[in-house]
Design a protein around this ligand. Structure first.
Ligand SMILES: *Cc1c(COP(=O)(O)O)cnc(C)c1O
Length: 358
């Protein structure tokens, strides 16, 4: 038997990896440390019980789109929901990327932007960020003018750095680009500014959001784009029919009845984030980057991976970026409960004392 080969341009790709280890304190994948409210689960299951499961779900997910639109004060025609914001990004790239087209990313940033682009046959071009991980407008406008990308990804707050781009920067990028600008706001509710204010039928700009982080629903797969209606119409042609199942549609709609609870969790995590940043700044040998998300990036000069290893030995898992270009020696810690954050801080202090002494 001859084994069929995957498409040539896929052969060099490696899959997406986020190592999971069995530890007490898991602060590595930016999930919420809190489950959604029990009343939400009850309401969701009641809705599911009433659903006609022998029928295909509402293909247009009309109730869900209407609920999201009304919460954001946008017309329903501007909302495109999908199975996680990763499916939103994939659909955008299937529609506006593809063979012969190019996507621009500002590194270091969320690896899946480049990864999904390549899977869809889209060529990836990279621009860089400043040392503090902000995008330099002059550099961005320059690269966009020279390369004329079909799609430009702006991640704000940026994963893994936490950097929030000012609206003026996003606007300047959007003004410079002839292609589509995608602002990934997976952590949008944790940040002081959002590009949702820029979404308009006269601007080729899309904001993508997710229920995974802010809404404590990573176990479901739901995200959405807010985009000009003419873009949503194109995405609706490309995405698989009935891609969004009834259980997910109902959950996404019912979750929006629990906005106060969500906002309470977000406030708690923002307070904890600021407390953690202040505590990390007290540590000698640690460089901390400010964050508008539910995680914090910090650098342990010359010993990033060793610190990660020692934290794992103490039962604390954070994300190791120490060998990534641009974030050398950096680790990223997700904001957990107060207790988890305290465990992380005291373990880190112990690890750093130990390695100072040796
Ligand atoms: C976590 C994350 C996502 C979320 O993807 P989902 O598919 O919605 O879970 C998207 N973008 C960024 C930058 C992320 O960090």
């Amino acid at each position: 038997m001859t084994r069929p080969e995957p498409r040539g341009d896929l052969r060099s790709l490696s899959g997406y990896h986020s190592p999971q280890l069995d530890v007490d304190v898991r602060l590595n994948t930016n999930e919420s440390p809190f489950a959604p409210p029990a009343e939400f689960v009850d309401a969701w299951l009641a809705g599911l019980r009433a659903a006609a499961l022998h029928r295909y779900p509402d293909r247009a997910a009309t109730d869900l789109r209407a609920a999201i639109a009304s919460r954001l004060g946008q017309p329903i025609e501007r909302v495109f929901p999908a199975n996680g914001s990763n499916e939103v990004l994939q659909t955008l790239l299937l529609t506006y990327g593809g063979p012969g087209r190019r996507a621009l990313v500002f590194e270091p940033t969320y690896a899946l932007h480049a990864h999904i682009a390549r899977i869809t046959g889209t060529e990836v071009i990279t621009a860089h960020r400043n040392d503090d991980f902000a995008i330099d407008v002059g550099h961005a406008v320059d690269v966009i003018g020279r390369e004329q990308p079909d799609v430009v990804f702006v991640c704000s707050p940026n994963n893994p750095s936490g950097t929030v781009e000012p609206l003026a920067v996003v606007e300047a990028i959007s003004d410079a680009a002839d292609g589509l600008v995608v602002v990934d706001e997976a952590y949008g509710e944790f940040a002081p500014e959002s590009s949702l204010a820029l979404v308009d039928d006269d601007r080729s700009l899309v904001v993508s959001r997710t229920y995974s982080k802010v809404w404590s629903l990573a176990g479901l797969r739901l995200g959405f784009a807010v985009a000009p209606s003419w873009i949503v119409a194109e995405l609706d042609k490309v995405v698989l029919p009935y891609h969004l199942d009834a259980a997910t549609q109902i959950a996404g709609r019912v979750a929006l009845d629990f906005v106060d609870e969500m906002e309470g969790r977000v406030r708690y995590l923002i307070e904890e984030r600021e407390r953690l940043i202040a505590a990390l700044r007290e540590q000698s040998g640690v460089e901390v980057f400010s964050s508008g998300a539910n995680f914090v990036l910090f650098r342990c000069v010359g010993r990033g991976h060793a610190v990660w290893d020692s934290l794992v030995a103490l039962g604390i898992l954070v994300r190791d970026f120490s060998s990534w270009p641009g974030v050398e020696d950096c680790l990223r810690v997700t904001i957990g409960t107060r207790e988890e954050n305290d465990q992380f801080l005291s373990s880190l202090a112990a690890v750093l004392r130990e390695s100072e002494g040796s």
